[in-house]
Design a protein around this ligand. Structure first.
Ligand SMILES: Cc1ncc(COP(=O)(O)O)c(C=O)c1O
Length: 564
């Protein structure tokens, strides 16, 4: 056991976990998803059953059964003296889909490498002898690359000397380093919500207490909250993505930039502006990026080639004043001793070409966005899809707060996504799903097919309390009617059942073996198996457990043989 999670922390992380019945399975699913998302690390002790029951205001037996289900599915083990501890996710764990053929992975919003990259790398490699003759250790970064980046800023209208630039191993490494230098334990840090989760993790781990600034695709940044929270909490830092914010895709208007700058100036808050996604412009055109009037030392800009060129390149940078660069240089060796020489040489040749590369990226992302938007309009018209003119993803509003349940079901069907709460500061966002448009259009269309196939089952399996919030019976019927079923899908669903959490938990309740049969969803809502028991068979027909009744548009009938 390496760490312990309090009942309060788990309650916050679980957010609106009651997405299906029975409640203990919904709770177990919520914890499974937190494990899959790495929000609960392996070897973390979960709260005692009684404490969690109190915090969640449910009975202790519900928590007990949820923990039992997690034990049966191999997510936790119970150790004497340590309580229930999460296990590393291994090959056979439920919900874990390894790189199997046909799986679409949209957990990360990372476009493929820019097509010119491989050729450029080969050219740089031809000069390997010169590269290898250098010392290789340089925490600040290669002079020629820093000059290229400074020139890039100057071309944008921001006078910059190479001495104001530090090269890092990607933007994440820059954020982590800045957080460790600038944040003291308990310091307030303002951050958008929803946000880029790894930045939130880095700021939290450095000791920051995060203060959320809501941002939405439709109405942008909540400026009232900005003014109020900056004045009241006086954050030492604000981490913001003013251009093509991840995950909403929204960019700040000139007015929003000015209002944030004003509030930060008044409270003496240093702004970290993450520009990793800022060049991913599909149709916005020129936008003055602002934040120029404030004291130079209060604005830190972070950039990266991770999205424009390739995530595997691991080259990012920090632009700030000399004093902070000096502090970063002093602090950095405790984390790493510099950015690899080869990658820096590759990057130095690419920075002058960024406008051309960004244009190409915009075209690629535009095709993905359009394919995704039109597939969603056709297959899931009840979801609210924002209109974005750049970035990497759509922050889609579902017509029910069931993002986590949807992600778990989509996983079963071969589509990996991060659920809305992953982008929240403290739980919530169950009504939203981030769908990246960084994959090829054919994958995106297939992803929407899968979502459309599993969504009716997720809706149907939600407890009435949740369901009543969002859906009328006729709406539910219209989802059902949209299924299209064929035999191939029937057998796929049948084989997927081997990994179905519900099947696991049925087994844990005493059933020793199971077999699956599939039939098209009937148009009538039913929770009992439409295939009757075969004459003379000893097989008992189980009623279809919630969460399992519909996978990819199929009614799954489980026949369980109880050996006793
Ligand atoms: C907004 C934002 N900042 C930073 C990063 C991390 O970038 P890098 O790959 O350069 O570390 C990402 C990657 O997804 C991102 O979306």
């Amino acid at each position: 056991m390496e760490s312990r999670m309090s009942a309060r922390a788990l309650t916050i992380a679980l957010g609106g976990w009651r997405t299906r019945e029975p409640a203990y399975e919904a709770l177990a699913d919520g914890i499974r998803l937190l494990c899959l998302d790495n929000r609960i690390a392996p070897r973390t002790a979960l709260p005692a059953e009684r404490e969690l029951a109190l915090a969640l205001r449910i009975s202790r037996s519900t928590v007990s059964m949820a923990y039992q289900s997690l034990r049966d599915s191999g997510h936790i083990s119970s150790l004497r003296g340590s309580g229930s501890v999460t296990l590393p996710l291994g090959r056979r764990e439920v919900g874990r889909i390894l790189e199997t053929e046909g799986t679409i992975d949209l957990q990360q919003a990372s476009p493929p490498a820019w097509p010119g990259l491989a050729g450029h790398m080969a050219d740089v490699a031809a000069d390997a002898a010169t590269l290898a003759s250098r010392s290789g250790y340089d925490v600040l970064g290669r002079a020629e690359l820093r000059e290229a980046i400074a020139e890039h800023f100057r071309a944008r209208g921001l006078p910059t000397e190479p001495r104001q630039i530090m090269i890092t191993a990607g933007a994440q490494s820059a954020i982590h380093l800045l957080a460790s230098v600038l944040i003291g334990r308990g310091d307030r840090v303002a951050i958008e919500t929803p946000t880029y989760p790894h930045a939130a993790d880095a700021l939290r781990r450095a000791g920051g207490r995060l203060v959320g600034i809501p941002v939405s695709p439709e109405s942008g940044w909540d400026l009232e909250r900005v003014a109020e929270s900056f004045a009241r909490t006086r954050p030492v830092l604000a981490y913001l993505m003013p251009d093509f914010q991840n995950p909403t895709g929204r960019s700040m208007s000139v007015h929003e930039r000015e209002a944030v700058e004003l509030a930060a100036g008044r409270s003496g808050t240093r702004l970290i502006l993450d520009e990793t996604t800022a060049d991913l412009d599909i149709a916005r055109g020129f936008q003055d990026r602002g934040f120029r009037t404030t004291d130079e030392s209060l604005v830190v800009r972070v950039g990266s080639l991770g999205k424009t060129v390739w995530g595997g390149l691991r080259v990012g940078w920090i632009r700030t004043d000399h004093d902070l660069i000096d502090r970063l240089v002093q602090e950095r060796p405790a984390y790493d001793l510099g950015t690899p020489e080869f990658e820096q040489a590759v990057a130095a040749g690419l920075i002058p070409r960024l406008p051309e590369i960004a244009r190409h990226r915009g075209e690629y992302l535009g095709e993905g966005r359009d394919a995704l938007v039109s597939a969603l309009a056709e297959r899931l018209p009840e979801w609210r899809v924002p209109s974005v003119d750049g970035g990497v993803a759509l922050w889609v509003e579902l017509n029910a707060p069931l993002s986590s349940a949807l992600v778990l079901q989509a996983r079963e069907a071969g589509l990996l996504l991060a659920a809305g709460p992953r982008f929240a500061l403290e739980g919530g966002n169950e009504r939203h799903l981030r769908i990246p448009f960084t994959a090829p259009p054919s994958d995106l269309r297939r992803a929407v097919e899968i979502l459309a196939e599993v969504w009716p089952g997720v809706l149907r399996d939600a407890p009435h309390g949740v369901r009543d919030l969002w859906s009328s019976p006729s709406e539910l019927e219209s989802h059902r009617g949209s299924h299209h079923v064929d035999n191939t899908r029937a057998s796929t669903a049948s084989s997927r059942l081997q990994n179905c959490p519900s099947a696991w938990n049925l087994r844990s309740r005493g059933w020793k073996r199971f077999a699956a049969k599939c039939s098209p969803c009937s148009s009538r809502p039913t929770r009992t198996c439409p295939i009757g028991p075969r004459p003379g068979s000893t097989t008992r027909q189980a009623s279809i457990p919630m969460g399992m009744s519909c996978i990819r548009g199929l009614c799954i009938c489980v026949s369980l043989r109880n050996r006793t």
